[in-house]
Each structure stands twice: as structure tokens, then as C-alpha cells.
Ligand binder design. Structure first.
Ligand code: PXL
Length: 265
């Protein structure tokens, strides 16, 4: 009975408008019927127009949050979001190695659609070298996959090659999120390369809306939640893709510009 209820933790930044970051993750955990916790790495001041300021929390405080959770709860899955800089990544890696929480979904948050930098450029190598090998799954978007693999992604073959490269760098499974920037585009296609070398394209109708803040955070949080519930990785990805699609499709009127998706679906 003790700690039998499924629990998951997000290691991420706070976004005060609730559209992204740990707020989106916790909303997603709740919607997936998983008890959610958060280790706060940073906080940003932003709204549907953009991000205006940010602060990183100290590594001592991040250590304290890990310790507080590890001494009381049974964490069944973890996701990471905004990690700011090298010192934060090293702190998170040290704690994950120490506490050995299972099912790490690593969302390599680098830059927002408003061009706010959420990870400093010189930390890319630390992310790949130290955190990547701990991940069950990494979920870069198109831009992040290009940056981190060093490959240009224009064709399906190049997406497959980038996923292979990202797997060779140590992540067991790789999900590359498709682009959705072309106004003529009808479909969006995500690509998954599994640990055993099998692959999958996940295609959905592209919904043309400006309310897509926090979509990547939500997808990776939903995958972590499903893993916490005991689903296989393949099933977790499918359920998370469907949930995120519905959260975009059933738009809510919040904010003036680039609004949040609807976690209540
Ligand atoms: O969606 C990426 C993201 C992650 N984490 C935080 C953010 C954002 C985007 O705004 O603010 C804290």
C-alpha cells in the first residue's frame, strides 16, 4: 500500500503563465492520473507574447529538492525540461546517478519559439555527454535534433540518420518531433527509433493554431506519466501523441497571442 500510487517527477523550469515548463508537466501528469512532483531548476517570467526574464536556481537547492523527494516517495518515471546551464546539468546527472530513478524521458529544451534561450550553447556538449546516456528516451524537436546531431534535416532519410546519430551518442530510444512551420502543410510526422533498431513514423493532421505553447513539454510529460503507469514505451508514446493532439485540437481561449494547449481534455 505504501507509495503504491503511481508517481512521476519533472525536473524543469517554472513558466509563470502556466503554458509550458513544469506547470504544463504537472497538468499533464494530473490529466494522466499520475501523482506529479517537480524539481525546479529555473523560473521564467513570460506570457503568450514571449519570455522577458529568467533566473536559475542554485545547485544546492536542486540537491535539496532531490533529497526531499528521494527520502519519501517512490518515483516511477522522470522527465527533464529546462536545464539552463552546465552546472545545472551536472547537478541533475549527479543526483540521477545517485538515486537511480527509472524511466528518464529527456526533453532537450534549448530555445523557445520566441527565441528565448533556455539552455546555454556551451552546455550542449555536457547535455549529450553526461545526461544523454541516462535517458530511456530523448524527444528533440526538429531544430534540437539538427543542433545536437550536427546534421541537416531536410528529408526522411536525414531524420532517420539524425536519430541514429542521437542513439549512438547514448540515448536508448529517440523520438524526433516533426516540423509544423509550413502554412501549406497538412500533416505532421514524428519519427521514433527504438533501442532494438525498429522504427516508426507517427503521422497526424496538422492543426493550424497559434495555441501550441508547451506542446513538447506536454508530449514528453505524458510519455513519462504512461511509463509511471507501467505501459511499454511504444504504448506510452502512442497514448501521449493522442493526448497532445487532442489538447491542441480542443483549443481554449487563454492569452492574447501564442496561447497554451488544453490539458483538461
Ligand atoms: O516549451 C519549452 C519551455 C520549457 N520550459 C520552460 C519554458 C518553455 C517555453 O516557454 O518557459 C520553463
Amino acid at each position: 500500500m505504501l507509495n503504491s500510487f503511481p508517481q512521476a517527477v519533472t525536473i524543469a523550469g517554472s513558466d509563470c503563465d502556466g503554458s509550458a515548463g513544469l506547470q504544463a508537466d504537472l497538468n499533464t501528469f494530473q490529466a494522466q492520473k499520475v501523482y506529479g512532483m517537480s524539481i525546479v531548476t529555473a523560473a521564467v517570467a513570460g506570457n503568450s507574447y514571449g519570455i522577458f526574464d529568467s533566473v536559475a536556481l542554485t545547485t544546492d537547492f536542486i540537491d535539496a529538492q532531490f533529497k526531499a523527494l528521494a527520502t519519501d516517495f517512490k518515483i516511477r518515471a522522470v522527465k527533464t525540461g529546462m536545464l539552463t546551464d552546465q552546472a545545472t546539468i551536472e547537478c541533475v546527472v549527479k543526483n540521477l546517478q545517485h538515486y537511480q530513478w527509472p524511466n528518464l524521458v529527456l526533453d532537450p529544451v534549448i530555445i523557445t519559439k520566441h527565441q528565448a534561450l533556455l539552455l546555454e550553447t556551451k552546455a550542449y556538449q555536457t547535455l549529450i555527454k553526461e545526461l544523454w546516456p541516462l535517458a530511456l528516451l530523448v524527444t528533440p524537436n526538429f531544430f534540437e535534433a539538427q543542433k545536437l546531431s550536427g546534421l541537416k534535416l531536410a528529408t526522411s532519410l536525414q531524420i532517420q540518420q539524425a536519430a541514429q546519430r542521437l542513439q549512438e551518442l547514448g540515448a536508448k530510444n529517440v523520438l524526433i518531433k516533426g516540423t509544423h512551420d509550413d502554412p501549406q502543410q497538412q500533416k505532421v510526422r514524428d519519427y521514433v527509433l527504438f533501442e532494438d533498431g525498429t522504427e516508426k513514423w507517427l503521422e497526424a493532421d496538422l492543426i493550424h493554431t497559434t495555441h501550441v505553447n508547451g506542446t513538447g513539454d506536454t508530449l514528453s510529460a505524458a510519455i513519462a506519466a504512461q511509463l509511471a503507469l507501467g505501459k511499454t514505451l511504444d504504448a506510452s508514446i502512442q497514448i501521449a501523441e493522442n493526448y497532445t493532439h487532442q489538447a491542441i485540437a480542443q483549443e481554449i481561449a487563454v492569452g492574447h497571442k501564442y496561447g497554451p494547449i488544453n490539458h483538461l481534455v
